[in-house]
Design a protein around this ligand. Structure first.
Ligand code: NAD
Length: 430
């Protein structure tokens, strides 16, 4: 098929490259001319394992076509995916301006043939129908189209694999003709397909993300209880998770949920519930608890370590999680911002996210490797779960640090081993 993907971010570009690799001709439309020229040469403005290779392969085969011109892509496409950003407004509501602008451009350029427009941007229930109205308003009178909402469930760090092999494909749809076409596109993904109402599909995305975020909030509260009574969160999670109704997966006690999706999606569903006059929503409480998490942990650290003022703090990890260079809503960045206010001197290292961190942090020294971040430090904070941080030579690090205090927010170190080396160690719920 001929397909257009609007938006060349983590979701859009990954989807475009995977669809091209499955043999479709795919235009990927973006606004930034400079990034578009780079993309034509196979250069991607973010890090995602395996994506650059996939992009280069499909550019070479002529199946993937980057463009900044809607008119070069939309009129020739049978299916158009919208995968633009839906960030938070300060109120927690979703800023839908990128989606509505994309809808307008799609409408203006729609061909007279029948087209299916698939919204993939995470949006509150009711938004996809508004997208259809905008397309309808701007399209040529005779052009025909159907609207669909397909939530995206990929995780940054494994976006290519998740796109190729998702657990399920949810298609929110009304038209049987569009259903046939969208199912046909997803046939190669080899995943169960669930057809739903459009509003259900929109809500499924928020329900899934907020439930995963809830597990993090819950794990943090159990970890706090562990710290009060000498229990170990790892053991508690194992004992709890071996119950098949609960499961061992997706328990991440730490600095709270972060990243480009959970904070904004929980805030969005809380805002949606409030607008629908649903009182006592759990989502608003989660949002509040998560915002308090980092200051609470820093207080605990100060109780153990003393004041951060004029101390040299080595930070390992800036990305919101391992496997990505994304620093959006990264707990590490938020922690550093608070530490800076407390007048700490920060030297930070991350294997992939330094360039993005430089755009949002000032007054921080960026180290070339983890050992440089630890040199002469009064304490070392592990803030991202990069596996390499578990494999460092902590004997060498101890010799390099001024004071041997380690905070392991992701519980990736073996506590007994680290203490044996001579560190004062703090983890989460251990
Ligand atoms: P992103 O910010 O990485 O990418 C969005 C891109 O769209 C940006 O490059 C932006 O420049 C571009 N854009 C904005 N308006 C445009 C327009 N009118 N025409 C062309 N391009 C335009 O965002 P993302 O992480 O890819 O997320 C996209 C959507 O998918 C969001 O709604 C997000 O919530 C959802 N989502 C994201 C993830 C994730 O892990 N990143 C996972 C699932 C769902």
């Amino acid at each position: 098929m001929n397909i257009t993907v609007v938006g060349a971010g983590y979701v859009g570009l990954t989807l475009a490259a995977v669809l091209a690799d499955f043999g479709h001709k795919v235009w990927v439309v973006r606004k930034d001319k400079e990034k578009n020229e780079a993309l034509k040469k196979g250069k991607i403005h973010f890090f995602e394992p395996g994506l650059e290779e996939l992009v280069k392969k499909n550019l070479k085969a002529g199946r993937l076509i980057p463009t900044t011109e809607y008119s070069q892509a939309i009129p020739f496409s049978q299916v158009i995916f919208i995968a633009v950003g839906t960030p938070s407004l300060p109120s927690g509501a979703v800023d839908l301006s990128q989606v509505f602008e994309a809808a307008k451009e799609v409408g203006k350029n729609l061909s007279l043939e029948y087209t299916v427009v698939v919204n993939k941007s995470t949006c509150p229930p009711g938004t996809t129908r508004k997208v259809a109205k905008i397309i309808d308003k701007f399209k040529p009178t005779k052009a025909k189209f159907d609207i669909v909402f397909c939530p995206e469930f990929l995780r940054e760090g494994s976006a290519v694999e998740d796109t190729k092999r998702p657990d399920r494909i949810v298609i929110g749809i009304e038209s049987p003709k569009a259903a046939r076409i969208v199912k046909e596109i997803h046939r190669q993904f080899k995943a169960p397909i669930l057809l739903t109402k459009i509003e259900s599909a929109e809500l499924i995305k928020y329900a899934a993300n907020s439930y995963l975020a809830l597990r993090i909030v819950f794990a943090n509260q159990i970890a706090d209880l562990c710290e009060k009574n000498g229990a170990d969160i790892g053991e508690v999670i194992r004992g709890m998770g071996m119950d098949k109704r609960i499961g061992l997966h997706y328990w991440y006690p730490g600095m709270g949920y972060g990243g480009s999706c959970f904070p904004k999606d929980v805030a969005a569903i809380a805002d949606f519930a409030k607008k629908k006059k649903i009182t006592g929503s759990i989502f608003a409480v989660m949002d509040k608890l998560n915002k308090k998490r980092i200051p609470q942990i820093l207080k605990r650290l100060e109780n153990n370590f003393g004041s951060f003022a004029d101390k040299k703090v080595g930070v390992l990890g800036l990305a919101c999680k391992q496997g990505t260079d994304d620093v959006r809503e990264s707990p590490a960045i938020k922690t550093i911002e608070i530490l800076k206010k407390k007048k700490a001197e920060i030297v930070a290292y991350d294997p992939k996210a330094v360039e993005n961190a430089k755009k949002v942090l000032s007054g921080v020294v960026f180290a070339k490797n983890p050992y440089e971040a630890a040199k002469n430090a009064d304490c070392l904070l592990i803030l991202t779960d990069w596996p390499e941080f578990g494999k460092l030579d902590y004997g060498k690090i101890k010799e390099m640090m001024r004071v041997n205090f380690i905070f392991d927010s992701r519980n990736i170190l073996e506590k007994v081993k680290i203490k044996k080396i001579g560190f004062k160690y703090l983890g989460i719920g251990r």
